[in-house]
Design a protein around this ligand. Structure first.
Ligand code: IFM
Length: 697
C-alpha cells in the first residue's frame, strides 16, 4: 500500500527539496530527483561518495559528476518541457520497494515517460529509459547527452576534462584539482541513428504517428580507476535496460521488504517510517570501507563529510538490517585512524582525535569559519573542529554497539582495539586535573550554539563510557593493551561526571544554569534575519539556556542504563522547552526519551517529525548563511530508532534481545524483522504483547 511516494504537479519553488525527496542511490552513487530537461537552477546531481577535491581556497568536498540523463524534447519544431509548464498532467512516482523513479508528463502534442534507477546490483551503474508517445502526428527531435555544466557547492572540481566519442559510448575523463581522474562512460541506445551535437550531445529525429512511441535508453558507468571501458559498456549494453533493471530490483527489493515496518492503525506513520527506511537503504556501501556523509548521497552539502551522525544515528539501522554495511562504517574509522592521530598531534594532544567532519583520509575537513555573518557575508569563527571532542567517544560507542548487535568482535582484532586505546590516550591528554578530578574543559557538546564550555555532561559521560569499554575489551583480548589498563582505570575513576541537582536535572555544562533562562519565543524574537546564526560568540542563543539540539537528553538515551526514571523525566521536562530542534538530529532523541518516561504523545509527534523531514517536513536550508540543504539520513536513522528501540522497546539483555513495547495510542501493533547476531527474527507486537519467530536469513 504505502510503498511509493508520488507527486502530481510541478512546482518550480519546491524543486530543490523534491530533488532530495525523489533521490536514488546505492551508497556509492546518488542521483537527485530532477527531470531530464532541468538544469543547474534545479540542482541536479550525480554525487560520487567518498572521493573529495579542493578547488582553490574553497572547502574540500565530494564530487558531483556530469549529468548523463539530460534530454530535451521537441515536437513539430517546438520544445515542450516541464519548465514552461504546458503540461496537462505531470506525475512522479518513487517506488520504494524497487528503488525506481518514474516520471510521466503530458504535453500538448506528446507525453514523456522516464524510468530510472541507480543499481544496487552493480554499484557503478545507473540507467534511464525515456520514451515519447505522440498525441498527434508530427516530427520529433530528441537532444540528449552528457551535461558537463555541473552544479557544485565549492567547485569547479574538474579543471582538466575531456570527452571522447567512441562508436558505442561517450567517455568523460575529469582530472580533479588534486590530480585524481574520474571516468564516466555513457551509452545511448535507440532505434534511430543519433547525430553528434557539440562536445557531448547528440540529436535523434524522426516522425511519429498518433499513438506511436520513440524511446531512448541511457546506461552510465562511473569508475574511480582506469578500466576496460569498452568491455564494461559492451557488457551493460548487451544486457540492456530491462535486464539491468531486473538485476537492480532483485538486489534492492529483498532489502526493502526485509527492512520495512508495518504499523497497525497508522498508515501515515508507517508511510513515513518506510520512506525513512528506503532513504537509509540507498546509503549503504556494501563494497568499500566507507561511511555515510551527513547529507547521504544527495550532494555536496557539509562537504560530503562524515560526522557522528553515522555512528550514533545510522549504525544501529545497518547492524539490524545490513550488518556488512555497518562493518564498513566502522572499518572506515579504522582506516582513518592515522588522520585522527595526526589531528590530535596538530592540536597538541596524544592519541586519536577524530575529525568533526571527516573525509577520505580522516583529516579534519571542518574549517575554522563554518558559518557566515548574515549581514556582511564575512566568515564567523566557529570551534566545531577543535572542540567537538565527543566525536571520538561516539565512535568508541559505535564499536561497542556493533559488537553487541552483531556478535562480531573481529573488528577489534583488525585495528579496533588500537583505535580504542588511541581514543583513551586522547582523552587523557585532553583532560585537566584540578580539585581532585580530571575535567574536559573548553569543549562543544552536541548543542553547537554554546561553544567552548567546560565539562559538557554529554562529552564527559560518553568519554567515560568509551574508556570503560576500552578497559573491558583490553582485559578480554589481553596482549599489549593490558599494560595500559591500570592507567586507564585510574583516569576513569577521577574523570569528573556532573551529577543531577536536587531536582534531578544535570547541568549541560559548567555555568549553564547561570545563563539567561528565557523562552524559545524570546530568542526567536531577537533573531534579525532567517539566515542569522544563533550560536557562537554573538548569536542570540549563546547568552541564554536555549539549545540547538538534544544534548543531555541524547546522553540519557545513549547511556540509558546509567540513569533512573526520575532523572530521565526531570531532564526531559527541563530541556524540552529550551530546545530549538535546530538540528534534524534532535527530535528522535527526544522521542526516544519521551517513550521511556511515558510521554507517548510527544514521543509519537517527535517520531513523525524525524521520519518525515525529507518527505514533507520543515527543513532549514541555511545555517548562518551557508547552504545546508540535502537529505537528512540522521533524522531517518533516528526515526528508525524511535520505532525499534522506542515503540517496540528493543533492548539488548546479555547475549539476547528483549522487547518491552510502549506503543503510542496511534499505533495498535507493529510487525518488522531484524538481524541479531547472525540470525533473523520476525517481530510482532500487539498492544503490550510481543512475539518473535526466527526466520531464514
Ligand atoms: O552532526 C550534525 C551536528 O550535530 C549538527 N549540525 C549538523 C551536523 C551534520 O548533520
Amino acid at each position: 500500500m504505502n510503498d511509493f511516494i508520488s507527486l502530481s504537479h510541478y512546482s518550480p519553488s519546491s524543486r530543490v527539496l523534491e530533488g532530495n525527496r525523489f533521490l536514488l542511490g546505492n551508497g556509492h552513487l546518488g542521483y537527485r530527483g530532477t527531470f531530464e530537461e532541468e538544469g543547474k537552477a534545479q540542482m541536479p546531481g550525480l554525487n560520487l561518495v567518498g572521493v573529495y577535491d579542493k578547488a582553490g581556497n574553497a572547502w574540500r568536498e565530494s564530487l558531483n559528476l556530469p549529468i548523463p540523463f539530460c534530454c530535451r524534447t521537441f515536437f513539430s519544431g517546438k520544445e515542450q518541457d516541464c519548465l514552461t509548464q504546458e503540461m496537462a498532467s505531470h506525475r512522479v512516482r518513487l517506488d520504494l520497494e524497487k528503488g525506481i523513479c518514474l516520471r510521466e508528463s503530458l504535453f500538448p502534442s506528446y507525453s514523456i515517460r522516464s524510468e530510472r534507477f541507480v543499481s544496487q546490483a552493480q554499484d557503478n551503474l545507473l540507467a534511464s529509459s525515456i520514451s515519447m508517445k505522440a498525441e498527434e502526428e508530427g516530427d520529433f527531435l530528441f537532444r540528449f547527452g552528457l551535461d558537463l555544466d555541473i552544479f557544485e557547492c565549492n567547485g569547479p572540481h574538474f579543471p582538466e576534462k575531456k570527452v571522447t566519442r567512441y562508436p558505442d559510448f561517450l567517455l568523460f575523463e575529469g582530472k580533479t584539482n588534486e590530480g585524481k581522474t574520474i571516468y564516466e562512460a555513457v551509452s545511448y541506445l535507440s532505434s534511430l541513428e543519433a547525430k553528434k551535437e557539440g562536445e557531448s550531445f547528440f540529436s535523434a529525429e524522426g516522425h511519429l504517428k498518433k499513438g506511436e512511441l520513440f524511446s531512448l535508453q541511457i546506461i552510465s558507468l562511473v569508475f574511480e580507476e582506469k578500466a576496460d571501458f569498452h568491455a564494461e559498456i559492451a557488457k551493460a549494453r548487451q544486457k540492456g535496460f530491462e535486464a539491468l533493471k531486473e538485476e537492480h530490483v532483485a538486489a534492492f527489493s529483498p532489502l526493502y521488504r526485509n527492512a520495512k515496518i508495518k504499523l497497525l492503525g497508522d498508515e501515515e506513520g508507517q508511510k513515513e517510517g518506510n520512506y525513512s527506511i528506503y532513504m537509509l537503504l540507498i546509503l549503504g556501501d556494501k563494497n568499500r570501507a566507507r561511511s555515510v556523509p551527513a547529507r547521504g548521497v544527495s550532494g555536496q552539502t557539509y562537504k560530503g563529510a562524515i560526522f557522528w551522525d553515522s555512528e550514533i544515528f545510522l549504525l544501529p539501522f545497518f547492524c539490524l538490517q545490513e550488518p556488512q554495511v555497518a562493518r564498513n562504517l566502522l572499518k572506515y574509522r579504522i582506516a582513518t585512524l592515522e588522520g585522527a592521530k595526526a589531528k590530535a598531534k596538530e592540536f597538541g594532544y596524544q592519541g586519536a582525535f577524530f575529525a568533526w567532519e571527516s573525509q577520505d583520509s580522516g583529516l579534519e575537513a571542518c574549517s575554522k569559519y563554518n558559518v557566515t555573518d548574515y549581514k556582511t557575508g564575512k566568515p564567523i569563527r566557529t570551534y566545531f573542529n577543535e572542540k567537538q571532542i565527543h566525536i571520538s567517544a561516539d565512535i568508541a560507542y559505535a564499536f561497542e554497539n556493533y559488537q553487541r548487535l552483531t556478535g562480531d568482535s573481529t573488528l577489534l582484532e583488525e585495528g579496533g582495539m588500537e583505535l580504542l586505546s588511541e581514543i583513551v590516550a586522547f582523552y587523557r591528554s585532553y583532560a585537566t586535573f584540578r580539585n581532585g578530578a580530571y575535567h574536559l574543559d573548553d569543549v562543544i557538546g552536541p548543542d553547537e550554539y554554546h561553544e567552548r564550555v567546560n565539562d559538557n555532561a554529554f562529552t564527559n559521560y560518553m568519554a567515560a563510557h568509551a574508556i570503560g569499554y576500552a578497559i573491558e575489551e583490553a582485559k578480554r583480548l589481553g596482549g599489549k593493551c593490558l599494560e595500559s589498563v591500570p592507567g586507564w582505570e585510574g583516569f576513569l575513576q577521577k574523570l569528573y561526571l556532573p551529577k543531577p541537582n536536587a531536582d534531578g536535572v544535570i547541568e549541560q555544562f559548567e555555568g549553564y544554569f547561570q545563563k539567561e533562562d528565557c523562552s524559545l519565543a524570546e530568542v526567536r524574537s531577537r533573531v534579525k534575519d532567517p539566515k542569522q546564526y544563533w550560536g557562537g560568540k554573538d548569536g542570540p542563543a549563546s547568552p541564554t539556556q536555549i539549545i540547538k539540539q538534544a544534548d543531555v537528553v541524547a546522553m540519557l538515551v545513549l547511556l540509558g542504563d546509567e540513569f533512573d526514571q526520575k532523572v530521565k523525566k526531570a531532564n526531559y521536562d527541563y530541556y524540552f522547552p529550551r530546545t530549538e530542534h535546530g538540528s534534524s538530529l534532535s527530535s528522535s532523541m527526544y522521542s526516544l526519551l519521551a517513550t521511556q518516561i511515558g510521554e507517548s504523545e510527544y514521543a509519537y509527534s517527535m517520531y513523525r517529525k524525524s521520519a518525515s523531514i525529507d518527505l514533507y517536513g520543515e527543513q532549514k536550508l541555511y545555517a548562518g548563511g551557508i547552504y545546508i540543504g540535502g537529505s537528512h539520513p540522521a533524522s531517518e536513522g533516528g526515526a528508525y530508532l524511535c520505532l525499534v528501540y522506542g515503540f517496540s522497546g528493543f533492548e539488548i539483555e546479555g547475549e539476547r534481545f528483549a522487547l518491552h513495547p510502549h506503543l503510542p495510542r496511534q499505533i495498535q501493533g507493529m510487525e518488522y524483522s531484524l538481524s541479531f547476531r547472525g540470525k533473523r527474527y520476525k517481530i510482532t507486537i500487539q498492544g503490550n504483547e510481543s512475539s518473535l519467530e526466527e526466520v531464514s536469513l
